[in-house]
Write a protein that binds this ligand. Structure first.
Ligand code: NAD
Length: 528
């Protein structure tokens, strides 16, 4: 059985009695929040009779109720965003960027409160939640530089007395359909760039973690952003299908599972929308025998068990090459020291999983591994956390002797579960990874430049870490998952993100001074 620290309930209640500056946080302190849509610059309570309950993952206390909006409510969000577009687009890019400077300041002022709310809603630890807020903030910082990001191209004398230049123009109404696991950061991947480029926006947060979207609306409202530029519609499948079909909406940014992403990509592109889908993952971490042992083991633990494994970039499959497999015993011993508790409790390494359903699914996969012949070295299925006995906790779990046909390898577990595979050579490791349908990220730990160079060159995966446990690029680069982990033509944020939210318009001009002469002969234009 795993060792646990006792919970510090005192600190938890202390946090709840603090004064928060954002209304949604203040409201959530008093009890369950009725989540509202944000349409045309106002929070509007839905008239629906279909509601989804959201529970605190550590206590099962009801924290919010999410509406499945009525069709008329969805329609009014689309119309508001459409109506605001000409006015918003006509502002200078510097004026739009100024709202982002304000947003950056507001996020910084409220970052601790946002992080605490994330812990309560999602279950992640406070340091993890702070990291999420910071990663979101970085994209807003990038959006502040939009004036120089929106440069087009020019060429003088492209033909005789003709010039050509191109602009990056906004498309109209953009939208996002978001996952539960980074409820603040994922909307921040898209909203700042889309709106600063001149689009208006409709956000559909995850129905499992809806409060962070609400926070973003409050912050944008405080920044003074004009009504209609940013809207939120909540709900699940019906709202998603509305977004795929609404003629006003020109772009969809989706982050989530393959099941939903495949559907959204097909339906959205059929309706001639630009769609980008970041989807599921099964990431591998290759440990070479020449790697720094201590750094490798720490990185394995952080990558697999951080955020309770609910990260699309967690390297949940550890591939030991050759003699590095002997380090597994030490990995198991260190894993036993991981502290599982409610996310606010200081010293916690691993919080609860976000929903009971996800917990039950992960436990089922662990059971299947045993039945299919793997060796479960550590099983966190029966863990109980003192003071939070109702929480969705899964202790860190390690499954060895995994083969590629097993359910625990075939499926994305999305929990604190490590699967271990042993191979003899780097070539075998590369082949294993390239045969996996997903290609979000991967890492290698080695001191050999030739091994790392070979790996980065031959690996068929879009994001590669070399001695880096979670290879997520910062905001100025793009999040470049490949193959089964991505659908679309432009990746999220960075230069690709800006291209996604703009369309090139190319102007070809004939110099006007020729028109001053009346001596112009008629000629059919000739292609040259
Ligand atoms: P999810 O697919 O269940 O939900 C994501 C969004 O899709 C939600 O807003 C939800 O309302 C909607 N949705 C869900 N099922 C739908 C359906 N049948 N039809 C229409 N819409 C539907 O994903 P999740 O569980 O919230 O997030 C976890 C998944 O997201 C994992 O697979 C993870 O790997 C992936 N993820 C990927 C990235 C990435 O950048 N590649 C980042 C974060 C999460």
């Amino acid at each position: 059985m795993l060792s646990l620290k006792t919970s510090l309930k005192g600190r938890y209640s202390q946090l709840l009695s603090r004064n928060f500056t954002l209304p949604i946080i203040e409201e959530s302190k008093k009890g369950a929040v009725t989540i509202k849509n944000y349409i045309d610059g106002k929070f509007v309570e839905s008239k629906t009779n279909r509601w989804i309950n959201v529970y605190n993952p550590a206590t099962q206390k009801l924290i919010s109720r999410v509406p499945e909006p009525l069709p008329s409510e969805l329609r009014s969000a689309a119309e508001s965003a459409q109506k605001a577009f000409p006015m918003w687009r006509s502002l200078s890019v510097s004026q739009r960027a100024r709202y982002m400077f304000k947003l950056v300041r507001l996020i910084n002022e409220n970052k601790e409160d946002i992080a605490e709310l994330l812990v309560r809603e999602h279950g992640k630890t406070l340091p993890d939640a702070r990291g999420e807020v910071f990663r979101g903030l970085e994209v807003a910082e990038l959006a502040c530089s939009m004036p120089s990001q929106l440069f087009g191209q020019t060429l003088e004398n492209v033909s005789s007395e003709m010039d050509t230049y191109s602009y990056k123009q906004p498309l109209g109404v953009s939208s996002a359909i978001m996952p539960f696991n980074f409820p603040f950061m994922c909307p921040m991947w898209v909203v700042p760039l889309a709106i600063t480029a001149g689009n208006t926006f409709i956000l559909k947060p995850s129905e499992r973690c809806p409060l962070s979207g609400q926070i973003l609306a409050e912050l944008l409202e405080q920044s003074g952003i004009p009504k209609g530029v940013f809207n939120i519609v909540h709900g699940s499948v019906d709202t998603v299908n509305f977004i795929c079909d609404a003629p006003e909406i020109k772009t969809i940014s989706f982050v989530g599972s393959n099941q939903a992403g495949d559907h959204i990509y097909a339906r959205g592109t059929k309706n001639n929308k630009k769609v980008q889908c970041n989807m599921g993952a099964k990431n591998h971490m290759v440990i070479m025998p020449d790697a720094n042992k201590k750094r490798s083991i720490n990185s394995i633990l952080g990558s697999v068990f951080g955020a309770a494994g609910q990260r699309c970039m967690a390297n949940s499959v550890v591939v030991f090459v050759g003699d590095s497999y002997e380090w597994l015993d030490e990995v198991v011993e260190k894993t036993k020291k991981i502290v599982v508790n409610e996310g606010h409790v200081p010293g916690t390494d691993l919080g609860p999983m976000t929903t009971k359903k996800a917990l039950d699914r992960a436990k089922r996969i662990i059971k299947s591994a045993r039945n299919e012949g793997a060796k479960v070295l550590l099983d966190g299925s029966d863990i109980k956390v003192k003071g939070f006995e109702e929480g969705n906790f899964l202790g860190p779990t390690i499954i060895d002797k995994v083969t590629t046909n097993m359910t625990c390898y075939q499926e994305e577990i999305f929990g604190p579960v490590m699967t271990v595979i042993h191979v003899e050579t780097l070539d075998e490791a590369i082949k294993l990874i390239n045969n996996n349908m997903y290609a979000n990220g991967t890492s290698i730990f080695t001191r050999s430049n030739s091994a790392s160079r070979k790996f980065q060159y031959e690996i068929d995966v879009g994001q590669v870490g070399i001695n880096v446990p979670i290879p997520v690029p910062l905001a100025m680069f793009s999040f470049s998952g490949w193959r089964g982990s991505f659908k679309g033509d432009h990746h999220f944020y960075g230069q690709n993100g800006i291209e996604f939210f703009t369309e090139l318009k190319t102007i070809i001009t004939k110099l006007a001074w020729q028109d001053e002469s009346d001596n112009i002969d008629f000629n059919f234009p000739q292609l040259k």
